[in-house]
Design a binder for this molecule. Structure first.
Ligand code: TXA
Ligand code: MG
Length: 331
C-alpha cells in the first residue's frame, strides 16, 4: 500500500535534521544533488538499501553509488586507493564525478550488486553535505526515478515517478547541472571513463596530464550500463533539425502531434508540434534536457523529435543519454 511522502525543504534547518533522522531510522529519502535527485538510504543498513531496489524496480545486480561527505571518508569505503584518487578528488570534489575503487571489506555487496568494486562521490549540495556530516555514514543513492525512466531534476519529477513509495523528499529546487556524474574507473592499469558526464575526458586529461580511456573501449558488461535508459514513455527519436522540419511538413504527419526539443531556431511555426527550445550553450542545455523530456512526455504527443546535439567531447554525456532515451526497447 502507498505511504504518505513527506515534503521537506532544504532551506529549513529542522527539515534537514528530520531527513537525516529518517535515514538513520532506515527510511528512504529523495535527496537533491547538483546532478540529479537521488533516492537515498543509509549505506551501512542493508535492509534499507534493499528497499531502494524494490522501490525503483531495479535489478539487484545494478550497483549503487555511495555518497560521502569528504575525500577523508574514502578509506572507510574503499581499499588499495591509488594516489591519483586524491588528485582527482582535490580538483573535482565536491562535484559531478564518481570514482570506482576496490571496495572495503566492510561494504555490503547489496550496494555493489555483488561486485568487489564500489562507486564513491562527494556531491556538491550544502544540505546533503550537512546530512552526511550529521549522520557520519554514506548515503547509497541511485537517481530517484523508476528503473529505465528519465532522471529527475526537480522534486516534482521525483514525486511524479515515486510519490507514495518513498518516505520523504528534501526539495532544494531544480538541480544546477541536470545530468548524472561522470564515472571514472581507477581499478585497472588504465584510467577509464565508464559513464560520460559533466567532467569530460579533456577536463580530466588537462588536470592529470595522462590519457584517459573512453567507454567504447571497455568490453566487459557493467550492470546498469544499458542500451535503453532515461526513456520517456512516448516514442522518441534523435534527428537533425532539417530532418525534423521535413517530418513536420510531411502530408502523412498532419494529424499527429509531435513534441520537438531543439536548440537551433525552427524556420517556421508548426500546428502539429509543440516545441521547446533549449540553450546552445552546453551547461544551459544540460540543466534543462531532462526537464524537457519530462515536459514533452506529459503532452500526449505521438512522437518526440530531438535535435541531435553536437558531436564534440563536451557534449558526450548528452549524446549518451539521448541515444539511450531513443534506443528501441528490445532488452
Ligand atoms: O550524478 C549521479 O551519479 C547520480 C546522483 C544521484 O549522484 N546518481 C546516479 O546513480 O546516476 P545511478 O544508480 O542512476 O547510476 C549509477 C551507475 C550505475 O548504473 C552503474 O552503472 C554505476 O553507476 N556503478 C555503480 N557502482 C558500480 C560498480 N561497482 N561498478 C561499475 N559500475 C558501477
Ligand atoms: Mg539512474
Amino acid at each position: 500500500m502507498d505511504k504518505k511522502t513527506k515534503l521537506l525543504k532544504a532551506e529549513i534547518e529542522k527539515d534537514i535534521l528530520e531527513a537525516a533522522s529518517m535515514i538513520k531510522n532506515g527510511q528512504i529519502v529523495a535527496i537533491p544533488t547538483e546532478t540529479v535527485y537521488g533516492l537515498a538510504a543509509d549505506a551501512r543498513n542493508s535492509d534499507a538499501v534493499e528497499k531502494i531496489f524494490t522501490i525503483k524496480n531495479r535489478p539487484s545486480n545494478h550497483p549503487l553509488i555511495v555518497h560521502i561527505g569528504s575525500f577523508e571518508k574514502v578509506s572507510e569505503w574503499a581499499q588499495d586507493v591509488p594516489p591519483i584518487a586524491a588528485v582527482i578528488a582535490h580538483h573535482f570534489w565536491p562535484g559531478p564525478l564518481t570514482l570506482l575503487l576496490k571496495k572495503h571489506d566492510s561494504v555490503n555487496e547489496v550496494i555493489t550488486g555483488g561486485l568487489k568494486t564500489v562507486a564513491l562521490r562527494v556531491p556538491d549540495n550544502t544540505a546533503v553535505l550537512k546530512m552526511l556530516h550529521l549522520l557520519d555514514t554514506g548515503l547509497a543513492a541511485p537517481s530517484a526515478n523508476p528503473h529505465k525512466r528519465i532522471s529527475p531534476t526537480t522534486a516534482q519529477h521525483v514525486l511524479s515517478g515515486l510519490s507514495g513509495k518513498i518516505d520523504a523528499i528534501l526539495d532544494d529546487g531544480p538541480c544546477g547541472i541536470g545530468v548524472e556524474s561522470t564515472i571514472v574507473d581507477l581499478t585497472q592499469n588504465n584510467i577509464r571513463i565508464l559513464r560520460h558526464g559533466p567532467i569530460t575526458k579533456q577536463m580530466l586529461e588537462a588536470v592529470l596530464n595522462i590519457s584517459i580511456d573512453l567507454p567504447a573501449k571497455h568490453k566487459e558488461h557493467v550492470p546498469g550500463n544499458m542500451k535503453c535508459h532515461y526513456q520517456p514513455y512516448t516514442k522518441s527519436s534523435l534527428m537533425t533539425l532539417p530532418a525534423i522540419e521535413a517530418h513536420l511538413y510531411d502530408s502523412n504527419n498532419q494529424e499527429k502531434l509531435f513534441g520537438i526539443i531543439h536548440y537551433s531556431d525552427l524556420s517556421s511555426v508548426y500546428k502539429n508540434a509543440k516545441s521547446l527550445q533549449l540553450s546552445k550553450n552546453k551547461s544551459g542545455y544540460s540543466q534543462f534536457i531532462y526537464h524537457a523530456l519530462h515536459e514533452m512526455d506529459s503532452i500526449n504527443a505521438d512522437h518526440i523529435l530531438i535535435e541531435t546535439p553536437p558531436h564534440t567531447d563536451e557534449w558526450q554525456d548528452i549524446l549518451d543519454r539521448l541515444s539511450k532515451a531513443c534506443a528501441i526497447n528490445n532488452e
